[in-house]
Design a protein around this ligand. Sequence first.
Ligand code: NDP
Length: 487
Amino acid sequence: MTETLAPVRPGKLIINGEKVDAASGRTFTTVNPATEEPICAVAEAGPEDVERAVTAARAAFDAGPWGRMRPAERQRILFRLGDLILEHGDELARLETLDNGKPIFESRQIDVPMAANCFHYFAGWATKLAGETLPVSPAFFTYTLREPLGVVGAIVPWNFPMIMVGWKAAPALAAGNTVVLKPAELTPLTAIRIAELALEAGVPPGVFNVLPGKGSIAGEAMVKHPGVDKITFTGSTEVGKHIMKTAADTVKKVTLELGGKSPNIVFADADLDAAVKGATTGIYYGKGEVCAAGSRLLVESSVHDEFVAKLAERAKKLQPADPLDPKTRLGALVSEAQMKKVLGYVETGTREGARLAAGGARQPVNGKGWFVQATVLDGVENRMRVAQEEIFGPVLAVIRFDDADDAVRKANDIPYGLAAGVWTRDVKKAHAVARRIQAGTVWVNAYNFYDAGMPFGGTKASGFGRDLGPESLREYTQVKSVWINLE
Ligand code: NDP
């Protein structure tokens, strides 16, 4: 209990196994979105720190123990890190909620177990990454080795700071790479703490470095650095495009997960009460600051009015409240800028002709905080900006459709392709629609389910490459072909 109430210590950079200040001595302040009060000062990495971290990661990869260690030893250490995350669950959940504004219920019951799950799951893979023996010619013994890439630069966003450490660092480390991770400037605290726990678990110095700082400075320097072999990025499409262009100069591999505007499709034959719940969690979980949020709700016309009435009733009951209260289910948006962006979209939507069926306004808690009501915009047309652009907040755009063809056409008529939901009791329709949707993930009669073992990523403007699952290990390994002349 004392642990969870302790004041938050100033955040440091983690370079080569040490907690250090920035070379420039600069710091920034991280702020609690629910109270608008400062949490603590955090060291702000600059190009010199990137240089130090990449040098340490390079040395740890090229000559250090990580790649040469028996895979079973890497497995043991990463599994231990998963255990330590669980053991420090209360502390990490509190840090995440203070930094991000998400309900402690989510931080404690979802984010902590998911982050730990990533280290436990990928620890197991450390001993199972294998090449193949390929019979090319009797004159040769030919085989492949599956090898790590080297130094992986991970640039992660503010919506799931702790989970993203698991999604990116766990598979990269399990495969034998070393990592330099830059958390989002708005939410650096849990990544720093997990890096400390990694040292406690036995991850050698230089193998996992964390550099809080600005994307435009520290992030940019990582992407340009010739000593970084790969960038794995989650964030906005604009920054993703910029990273891809910049990485081209040093021929870096990139994985980009760039958000979406995912359709959640409700057919008239669905279990409508279950679908109402699914539509609600699909958009309001994580305050809607979720890349895969079901932010476009497509409802079959014959049940539209009944469905929207139930949905609006549920949304109105979901009141913003103190994120540290375990009963809270709707927290504060991450920043004032994000809140203004979200409220700006509500205004745009109503100006474009949408009808406000629930919410639509800021609602401070105890007079403070960047809270926005659970919002439903009904009567949205697919061409409207609120239907096409990522709002990244608790705002649902409801669009009608006539039949399955119309639903699929509207679902795919968007630059993004990250995720989708399909609600129906007709199993044939569920499979058929799941195949026709352009998205990296389709949930049927469910929404927002994730597991370390199931690949996640996008198509179209949502990016390419996959986090999680066996598929993600391809992103952090390469194949070497070996020919042994037998004659
Ligand atoms: P960004 O894409 O700017 O941030 C994501 C990460 O990239 C952060 O760590 C950021 O650092 C870093 N970054 C920013 N610029 C650069 C750069 N030039 N080179 C390298 N790294 C960089 O997202 P925002 O925080 O600005 O959010 C804007 C919008 O993006 C949201 O409203 C939402 O629509 C979308 N988004 C999508 C996410 C997803 O899960 N796909 C997650 C977050 C946002 P820093 O924090 O210091 O700027």
